[in-house]
Design a protein around this ligand. Structure first.
Ligand code: NAD
Length: 293
């Protein structure tokens, strides 16, 4: 990373700020209801990336003083048994948020699992009801990674109104909901959005016209300086392992020289994502206590 550049967005500092704000908000909620939000995570099997991610969630809960529990299930758990556990957690008043860690084993139908989550406890925003509310422009929850991108842009005071944002990636957990968020009729959104994906023939055609480029393809080295105008703002969501090193989708060293602002990998979107999950958990607890809505 080039330390001479002061255009590098510090995701860890933003995450710390959010953690501090959440602690204050959670303390007020505790004074009112004597409740500390509790997250229950279900993990099937021992996929190392999933185990690591769940550990990070646990640490985030500790950081803001929220309760955490992990339900370790065998990889070959029957879908019926998984659904039984989800229903128990859905009905448990002491649990405010439920996450079923993905990817799921092949014998489990992801669609059925997403639909089985109580929408009020769906802090990952995977349930079609929550995605539908977002698509209609009236969300309860925002999916954590796109929410982190939105929050970073807001905290960096990057005005999106009318700006041309090019998103690379159209997945249901990052690219697509991010486009919906940036299109919201919200003073911090109101962007003009283009979504590119693996079938877009010439991404440069779009990125050269962009004020802001958000890369979420999961392809190291996808975004090069020659594809951008000077002064473009770059948010790199991608996480790729190259020679044992974590890198984003953006060729960081060359792009950092020409961009107005850029998020690094690691230390950019990732740490903020976990804090947005904590924000969703607190919001879920408030919704369940009829404090919000
Ligand atoms: P995904 O594989 O589900 O989707 C990738 C998307 O990128 C697809 O829509 C695909 O069409 C598009 N794409 C792939 N190759 C492309 C190419 N060469 N040109 C243009 N488009 C291309 O992945 P995902 O779950 O959306 O995640 C995307 C990336 O973000 C991954 O690297 C993932 O690890 C990372 N991620 C990071 C965080 C975080 O908190 N930092 C969270 C979630 C995902």
């Amino acid at each position: 990373m080039n330390s001479k550049n002061n255009n590098i967005i510090d995701g860890r500092a933003i995450a710390n700020d959010i953690a501090g704000e959440l602690k204050i908000e959670a303390e007020k909620f505790y004074q009112l209801k004597r409740i500390k939000p509790k997250l229950s995570v279900i993990i099937l099997g021992e996929d190392p990336a999933s185990v690591f991610y769940v550990k990070m969630i646990e640490k985030s809960c500790q950081k803001v003083g929220f309760q955490f529990e992990k339900n370790n299930l065998k990889e070959n758990t029957a879908q019926e048994d998984l659904l039984k556990l989800i229903n128990l957690l859905n009905d448990n008043k002491d649990i405010h948020g439920v996450i079923v860690q993905t990817p799921l084993p092949k014998n489990i139908n992801q669609k059925v699992i997403q639909e089985s989550l109580n929408p009020d406890k769906d802090v990952d925003c995977f349930n079609p009801i929550n995605m539908g509310k977002l698509a209609l422009g009236n969300p309860d929850f925002l999916p954590c990674t796109p929410y982190a991108v939105f929050e970073i842009l807001k905290r960096e005071k990057i005005d999106l109104e009318g700006k041309h944002v090019v998103i690379i990636g159209r997945s249901s957990i990052v690219g697509k909901p991010l486009a919906l968020i940036l299109l919201l009729k919200d003073p911090n959104a109101n962007a003009t959005v283009t979504v590119c994906h693996s079938k877009t023939p010439d991404i440069s055609f779009f990125t050269k016209k962009a004020d802001i480029v958000i890369a979420a393809a999961g392809k190291a080295g996808l975004i090069r300086a020659g594809m951008l105008n000077n002064g473009t703002i770059i948010i790199d969501v991608g996480t790729n392992e190259v020679n044992g090193k974590l890198v984003g989708d953006v060729e960081f060293e060359e792009v950092a020289h020409i961009s107005k602002k850029i998020t690094p990998v690691p230390g950019g979107v990732g740490p903020v994502t976990n804090m947005m999950l904590m924000g969703n958990l607190l919001k879920a607890a408030k919704i369940q206590q009829k404090i919000l809505y």
